[in-house]
Structures are given as C-alpha cells and as structure tokens.
Design a protein around this ligand. Structure first.
Ligand code: ADP
Length: 479
C-alpha cells in the first residue's frame, strides 16, 4: 500500500505540538510493517536546512494565489522515510514559526499558504500527478491539510482520503472572501461543503469530504460528537459516526526508556526498579526541595493553558503540602497561569518548585523522579505525558477524558477522576496518598504501568488495517 501522509509539521524538523510527534513517528512505523508511506510537508527554512540531500522531482504552477512551487524529495532525518518537501518560498520562507510570526500573530495569508500545501497533496494523489510514485490513499492531518480532501473531491475522488483530528480546537477559519482565491468551486461554499457558520473552515472541509475521520484516542472520537468538546463540529461529526474511529498515539519508546535515558542520574527498569529512588533524590536536589525520600512527590509538565487544568492543581497544592507531599511544575504558556504557579511555589519553599520554560531534560527527570504525575486536562485528544509516566513507574492521576481515560486504568495503573473540578482531583489524590502508604500495593501499581505497551507498532497496525479496509471497500464499489 502506498500512503501519502500530508502534514504541516514533523519531528525532528519542525514542531509546535503533538501533530509533529505523530508525523515523525507514524510514517516510519508504517514502513516498518511493510507499507510505502511517504511524507509531504512545507519547506519552511528549518526544514530546508535540516533535511538531508534533496532532489527536485516536480514543479507546480497555478496553485492558489497563483503561487509556484518546487517539490523536493529527501528523507526524514534519522529514518529512511521518503520526504516530499514543498518549496514554495512565497508561502513558507518566513522568519517566525510555521503558523505565526515572531510576535505570535497568525500570518495574514495562512489560508493561501495551507491551501497550497493541500492542493499539492491532492494533485499528487490524482492521475495527473507529475510523479511516477502514486499513493493509493491520502492521509491528512488537522486543519492545515483539511482542504486536501475537498480538492480531491473536485478532482473526482481518484483515491480515498482520511483526516486525523489531533485537536479540534484549531479549525482553520477564514472569511468567505478567501474562497475564490483558493481555487475552490463557488458551490463548495455551502453547508454541504467548506462553509462553517458563514465562514470557510479548512477543518470542516476535511471532516466533510474525507472518506474517514480518525482521532488520536477512541474516547475523544466519542466526546467530539457532543457538546462541549465538539466545539461547533458536533453536528457534522455525529452524522459521520460510522466513518469515525479513534486510534491511540504511541510514544517514542527509544527516547522514553528509563533504562537507557541519558537525561537521568540513574537507570532503572521493570526488572530492576530501584534506580528510581536516586532519580527522586537528585530531582529534589536539582529543584531545591527538601531531601525527603518518603514525601510523595507530585509532578506536572504541561503547556500552561486553560485546557491543561493547571488551576485545579493550584487549588489543591496547599492540601498536597499539608499532607507531607511535594510538588514540581514545569511548563510555559499563559502569563497569568505562569504567575499563579510562581506565587504558589513562593508560598511553599522546600515543598513546591517550578521551572517556567521549556526544558526537555528536566521533563525526563520529572517523569523519572516523581512518584505521581498530575494530568487534570479539561480535554485531551490523546496526551503523551501520562504514557511516559506509566513507562517510568510514575503513577498518573488523570481527568477521565479523551486519551487519558483510554490509557490509564483506574485503580490498576493509576487514578482517574470524573469531573474537572478541584474536589474531584483532591479525592483522587487522597486515593493515591493512601495507596502510597502501602509500599507493596504502590509497587504493584507502578509495575503494572511499566509493563504496558504504548509502542508505535501497535498504532501503525491499526492504521494499516483501516487503510486496507478502505481500499477493499473501494474495490467493492462502495463510496
Ligand atoms: P500537548 O500536545 O497538548 O501539549 P501532550 O501531553 O500530548 O500535550 O504532549 C506534550 C509534550 O510536550 C510532551 O512530550 C511533554 O513532555 C512536552 N512538554 C510540554 N511542555 C514542556 C516543557 N515546558 N518542557 C519540556 N517538555 C514539555
């Protein structure tokens, strides 16, 4: 099976969120199990700089906004996955990030920029593709490639398409005046098309025209068919229920392996777990906490946004400390949340600590050194940190939503709470504290988490089975 995987970011080239992790990991995992999966992504300066040797394999003209582009073929660094890089300087040669300028403002022409990417994805999947290599199926991701299934529809649906929703909160909404500039037929601007409450939505286009929709966890697929997590798309999604499924993301089990993690002061594993004690001691030292081997140490790593429920943690921080616990928070984001975290920490010297900023190494040391990991996200399409925690023998305490609900087994590998509210989080923390007091029971829970398999191979097999099903359905003449 030939799969074209269209994405706007992929590690190790460019990352703003979880989409990049999936895009960097899933295509290589699909290749491992025998599929010819290739990536298509924009040629931002960082991509052109970091990719390996590249050759020009095609040229495009007549793209949205009359843009022109070259298509380069390279490989994803660190793997043999073929990488098509869309070199369209007018669209992608920018100083800032992939979507925003250095001041954090969305680029004015994001619609045209990602329409160019979407249209090239569709053209590469059509009989008029300039390439010899043809995909059997087009896999799109989030709003940035959401228009590709629409373009593909107007090219006669030569191959089936699937769109994965990594986070429904980002919908790619633009004024209706944009529509004619993107090479979409006028009739597409309707409810049965790309229109979304009077505007154009790239994501809605993808959800409407793609043959299948996936989310990054089964529970998130259910949740977005209703208020409030449907975020306006629930009506459409409910009508597409039969074509939707959730496939959990994997984690990079090479980067996140406590027995070989170079960020850690001590190695440990399921068979030899004792090195975790040293990680805790060193973490307390690094973060200026009291050296206290018995204090239950709670960790948190998150983008500091409303989604992540940091306010809930701050509401119970006092309680954790009164019960003899310690708390470490790592993250960056909304300035008022950052300040609230700093204020809480200042009130509890030796018992609470934070690092406001992004620090990969520290994130590994927190995952290893903490006893419990707090993840009270209001919603969580999949979530990675709870899976890292399980692998590191750090018991996760999570809000029962999205991927958190699907990966943490309540009372077996961690604790879930049902309502995103401080009292519910507190009750879960109390359950964790009483188990922590029973050393044998605690160890059993840690080991249960460490033995779970969250490798990409697992996810890749599920995607491959879905692709196969879609192609078989096509062959049978089904839509
Ligand atoms: P999201 O994609 O919504 O931010 P995830 O849990 O899916 O949440 O993934 C977040 C990833 O980013 C994890 O790998 C996490 O460890 C990492 N991360 C988030 N904030 C920081 C930070 N301040 N420092 C280091 N790593 C961070």
């Amino acid at each position: 099976m030939n799969i074209l995987y269209a994405t706007s970011e992929a590690v190790p080239l460019v990352k703003t969120g979880g989409l990049a992790d999936v895009s960097g990991a899933l295509p290589p995992a699909l290749r491992e199990i025998g599929l010819d999966c290739r990536l298509l992504m924009p040629g931002y300066p960082a991509v052109l700089q970091k990719m390996g040797t590249a050759v020009v394999v095609a040229r495009f003209s007549g793209l949205p906004d009359a843009m022109e582009a070259r298509l380069l073929l390279s490989t994803l660094p660190g793997s043999d996955t073929p990488l098509y890089v869309l070199d369209a300087p007018l669209a992608f040669t920018r100083q800032g990030g992939p979507y925003q300028d250095a001041a954090g403002q969305d680029y004015m022409d994001n619609a045209q920029r990602f329409a160019v990417l979407s249209q090239v994805a569709a053209r590469l999947a059509s009989p008029d593709s300039p390439l010899e290599w043809r995909p059997d199926l087009l896999h799109c991701n989030d709003w940035q490639t959401g228009l590709a299934p629409a373009y593909l529809n107007f090219l006669g649906r030569p191959v089936p398409s699937v769109i994965t929703v990594h986070n429904l909160a980002y919908q790619g909404i633009f004024p209706p005046s944009t529509v004619p500039r993107l090479g979409l037929p006028a009739e597409s601007f309707s409810i049965q098309g790309v229109e979304y409450y009077g505007n154009l939505s790239f994501l809605k286009a993808g959800l409407y025209y793609a043959d299948r929709i996936t989310t990054v966890s089964p529970t998130y697929a259910e949740e977005i068919q209703r208020e409030p997590l449907g975020m306006g798309m629930q009506g459409l999604l409910a009508t597409r229920k039969a074509d939707m499924r959730g496939i959990l993301n994997g984690i990079d089990t090479g980067d996140w392996n406590p027995s070989s993690d170079l960020h850690l002061p001590g190695a440990y594993s399921l068979r030899a777990p004792s090195g975790k004690k040293r990680c805790k001691q060193k973490l307390q030292e690094e973060m200026g906490l009291d050296q206290d081997a018995d204090a239950p140490l709670f960790g948190l790593i998150a983008r500091m946004t409303h989604q992540k429920g940091l306010d809930l943690v701050l509401a119970v921080a006092e309680g954790i400390i009164q019960r003899g616990g310690q708390l470490i928070m790592l993250g960056t984001g909304d300035k008022d949340l950052e300040q609230a975290v700093r204020d809480t920490v200042a009130r509890h010297p030796g018992r609470a600590a934070c690092f406001i900023g992004y620090d990969e190494g520290l994130s590994h040391r927190i995952e290893a050194g903490a006893d419990c990991f707090l993840m009270p996200s209001r919603f969580e399409p999949c979530g990675l940190n709870q899976m890292y925690s399980l692998r590191y023998g750090t018991v996760p305490i999570v809000h029962a939503t999205g991927g958190l609900k699907d990966t943490v087994e309540d009372g077996v590998t961690g604790f879930q709470f049902q309502e995103a509210a401080p009292h519910a989080l507190w009750l879960a923390i109390e359950r964790a504290l009483s188990l922590y007091a029973d050393k044998a029971a605690w160890k059993k829970m840690q080991l249960a988490g460490m033995s779970r398999d969250f490798s990409w191979e697992h996810s890749a097999k599920e995607y491959a089975a879905m692709y196969r099903e879609m192609l078989d359905q096509r062959a049978d003449g089904a839509p």
